[in-house]
Ligand binder design. Structure first.
Ligand code: PEP
Ligand code: MN
Length: 366
């Protein structure tokens, strides 16, 4: 997949050599709530950016849908009184215009908006000519193309100060999380666009305040560039997302408990040991690939035999037997059962693909 984003270096607008931390309530509810939360957060010096939702995308109507533009004046006070930058969610041209009028510093596009290219384009058009940072939350569904598409739309409108926010994906089956993290997706985004900062939002992933610190730590360990965490002066009374918000004190404790690891180490002994271990991995991988290649060749021979005897490619019982047997064998070698299952499903898929190619090529030459 070719993705070309012209993005400004995060050091120039977001953060230098440190993780950025965004905190603030899910929603701005009253001037007192916003200012009390902001002052309590700002005292710790932990936070660079203050978040608050002004218009709330609620799943069902008749719940609190945001305080609207009046809240933007409260956020201007937060900025003046604490020096923190302000970030809000925008989902329409009107929201963008209101945000720009009230000197909001940064914007985010919410998960329910990223799924809709019409809305994303409307926001991008409204931002044309404005050099404001924009953070794109992942779409609610695990669709990397939509996530990248929204980043591209902003970039085409001239926005270069871009970042992504990983807030998890609607679970398809029972999960301890409100939104499953599916870490492979932000990791894949990092691989495709290495310069793009990715911030993790553990609040919306977890949906429950007790789970947040583990997910936040994992995000840092996976080299995410920062965190966005919801904080409310009185979480239980919050008008939206009460279960996942933390008091400013609880959030400060959580941040203090996190380990901020370095990307690299200057320790030469560490570097030597790492290089040695990586060399060992390279050798094992070479053997592994050579074994897989031998396995594929045997599978090809099987295809010729099946063809000669007019036997179907798929042999369900044999497939089931392999999965079961390899799981047991893997278990004895301390390998995770799910990992072994996925590995053999993948090997089987490509084995079948190869066998079909052989069968089809034969059909054509007859
Ligand atoms: C939010 O940040 O409060 C919010 C509504 O987020 P999301 O778009 O991730 O649901
Ligand atoms: Mn929220």
């Amino acid at each position: 997949m070719k993705v070309q984003l012209n993005i400004a270096k995060p050091e120039s607008w977001l953060t230098k050599n440190k993780k950025v931390i965004i905190a603030g309530p899910c929603s701005a509810e009253s001037e007192d709530q916003v200012l009390a939360t902001a002052h309590a957060l700002s005292k710790s010096g932990n936070y660079d950016i203050f978040r608050a939702g002004i218009w709330k995308p609620r799943t069902r109507p008749n719940s609190f849908e945001g305080i609207g533009s009046v809240g933007l004046k409260w956020l201007q006070r937060v900025k003046e009184e604490t020096g923190m930058k302000i970030i809000i969610e925008v989902a329409s041209k009107y929201h963008v215009e209101e945000a720009l009028k009230h000197e909001v510093d940064m914007l985010w596009v919410g998960a329910r908006t990223t799924v809709n290219p019409f809305s994303v384009q409307e926001i991008a058009d409204a931002l044309h000519g404005h050099d404001i940072p924009v953070f794109i939350k992942n779409p609610v569904s695990p669709d990397l193309q939509l996530w990248i598409g929204a980043l591209e739309r902003m970039n085409k409108a001239g926005i270069t100060k871009l970042a992504a926010i990983h807030r998890g994906f609607i679970p398809l089956s029972a999960s301890q999380f409100r939104n499953d993290p599916i870490w492979e997706l932000p990791i894949e985004l990092k691989r495709i666009v290495p310069d793009l900062p990715i911030i993790c939002d553990p609040s919306h992933i977890c949906g429950a305040r007790e789970l947040i610190s583990n997910v936040a730590q994992k995000a840092l360990d996976l080299q995410m560039d920062g965190l966005m965490i919801e904080s409310h002066i009185n979480p239980d009374a919050a008008l939206s997302d009460p279960k996942q918000q933390l008091t400013p004190d609880a959030l400060n404790r959580l941040i203090k408990g996190l380990i901020f690891r370095d990307k690299y180490s200057d320790d030469s002994d560490f570097s030597k040991r790492l290089e040695n271990l990586r060399n060992q991995i390279d050798t094992v991988d070479e053997e592994l690939l050579s074994l897989i290649s031998s396995r594929m060749k045997i599978s090809e021979e099987i295809a010729w035999e099946k063809k000669k005897s007019k036997v179907t490619i798929l042999q369900v019982n044999r497939y089931k037997e392999i999965l079961k047997d390899r799981r047991v064998q893997g278990g004895k070698l301390n390998l995770n059962a799910e990992f072994v299952q996925s590995l053999y499903k993948l090997i089987h898929r490509y084995s079948i693909q190869k066998q079909s190619e052989i069968m089809n090529s034969v059909v054509k030459t007859i």
